[in-house]
Design a binder for this molecule. Structure first.
Ligand SMILES: NC(=O)c1ccc[n+]([C@@H]2O[C@H](COP(=O)([O-])OP(=O)(O)OC[C@H]3O[C@@H](n4cnc5c(N)ncnc54)[C@H](O)[C@@H]3O)[C@@H](O)[C@H]2O)c1
Length: 302
């Protein structure tokens, strides 16, 4: 896009207001890999205190207490259920469990009157997603999904440009990508813990970024395909090939309300360059060439 168009969308610094008063009481469920970021960010907030943790392997929670120098009064439990049975005054929880354990603990939290920051992907199945949405409505509490790219400078800019009407009518969206470090391991590659592979791990970001930008139009029809071509093959995935039971590649063609076609491809491992995120309209195309990082200037938006 030309500088003249982009200059209409200058970004302003957002200032965060700190409120005095009682601190928010937070629990963290699942204290594995990504929980580190939740601990790190909460530690920077003066109005938040971490009061309870849960993990199926509680030693991980004790390690976090030490690592972040938390109070010895922080309670540690061995499951989300045990935590909610004992903690009666939580304001919110971060749910950082593997994908198969997203819906259950989230519904549990909501039923106990606790707001949720849930790691992506939202859920593994559509039925689970519906159950979580119903529980949210029933209880009046909030679930926010950790799609952090929504909040970085580039994606906020793209949404703003779309909403301004400067692009005109969008008729085609291309999105997807790959994983720089290839096929992951750990709890991401087994059906029993992950349930979905590249689609849930990184595809959920791509889909959320573009759908959020265009206001989440309803999907009308979907033609989808998944593959485990590289993940299942020891030639490419070594020992992990034996336990690999999710997808490593997916492609889908989605017809959205409003006459928009969404063309999606995601991969943990394939060779060819995957599509950048691109919104096409009659007037011009708007592309985010790389996954935006916080604070990046609009140079990544063309
Ligand atoms: N937003 C991001 O940038 C980002 C990055 C990485 C991972 N994630 C997401 O975070 C989630 C966790 O990823 P990870 O790498 O930390 O996985 P992990 O396997 O390292 O950690 C998950 C932890 O959850 C615990 N757990 C599972 N069910 C539980 C339950 N019912 N009660 C208590 N503890 C339970 C497990 O014992 C494990 O320690 C995944 O869904 C992943 O997609 C998000």
């Amino acid at each position: 896009m030309s500088d003249a168009v982009l200059s209409q969308f200058k970004q302003k610094e957002e200032k965060k207001e700190e409120k005095a008063g009682r601190k928010l009481r937070i629990g963290i469920i699942g204290t594995g890999g990504i929980s580190w970021v939740h601990f790190y960010q909460y530690a920077k907030m003066n109005d938040v205190e971490i009061v309870a943790l849960a993990d199926l392997e509680p030693w991980k929670a004790y390690e976090r207490i030490e690592q972040f120098n938390l109070s010895p009064d922080v309670r540690v439990y061995s499951s989300d259920k045990e935590l909610f049975d004992n903690e009666k005054d939580l304001d919110g929880v971060s749910i950082c469990t593997y994908h198969r354990q997203h819906a259950g603990p989230t519904i549990n939290a909501l039923e106990h009157g606790v707001n949720v920051l849930l790691e992506k992907p939202f859920t593994v199945t559509l039925d689970e997603a519906v159950e979580v949405m119903r529980a949210e409505k029933r209880t009046g509490k909030f679930v926010s999904v950790g799609f952090q790219p929504r909040f970085d400078a580039n994606m906020k800019m793209i949404k703003k440009i779309v909403e301004s009407g400067a692009l005109g009518e969008i008729y085609y969206i291309q999105t997807g990508g790959g994983r720089r470090r290839g096929i992951p391991g750990g709890t991401f590659i087994e059906d029993s813990t992950a349930g979905i592979g590249a689609v849930g791990d990184i595809g959920s970001y791509s889909l959320d970024m573009v759908l959020n930008a265009v206001g989440y139009p309803k999907p009308l029809t979907i033609t989808g395909y998944t593959s485990d071509f590289f993940g299942k093959d020891p030639k490419y995935n070594g020992e992990d090939a034996k336990r690999f039971s999710v997808d490593d590649f997916a492609a889908a063609f989605v017809r959205l309300e409003g006459g928009i076609i969404l063309d999606f491809r995601i991969s943990w491992a394939m060779h060819p360059t995957l599509p950048a995120t691109r919104l096409s309209s009659a007037r011009r195309a708007l592309s985010a060439f790389r996954r935006p990082t916080a604070g990046t200037a609009p140079s990544a938006v063309r």
